[in-house]
Design a protein. Structure first.
Length: 100
């Protein structure tokens, strides 16, 4: 998960460097620059949300399964739903970049 968060920060930083360089050659921000920035924001926010969800659900699931071992499967499923947030963010970012 740390790799995804690092990649999202690099994407966001890259978009923030591309937009001013592109804006100097044109008269303002065009659709391409806005698409890059929005894809970076979507991916970064979904990666951070997934990390936060996994940290909360994982620790609660581990504590709950220590007391009641029969809820271990449910805790794993809930953690997997948190991981799906990052996948949704990647899909949305790719859909945004597909318009470029």
């Amino acid at each position: 998960m740390k790799f995804v968060a690092l990649l999202s920060l690099l994407l966001l930083a890259g978009a923030l460097f591309v937009i001013p360089a592109h804006a100097q050659t044109t008269t303002g921000l065009d659709d391409k620059s806005v698409n890059y920035l929005s894809a970076a924001i979507v991916f970064a926010s979904s990666a951070f949300a997934a990390g936060w969800a996994i940290s909360k659900a994982g620790s609660a699931g581990l504590a709950g399964s220590a007391e009641r071992p029969e809820i271990r499967t449910t805790a794993i499923i809930i953690s997997a739903l948190g991981e799906a947030l990052a996948i949704y963010g990647i899909v949305v970012a790719l859909l945004i970049l597909g318009k470029v």
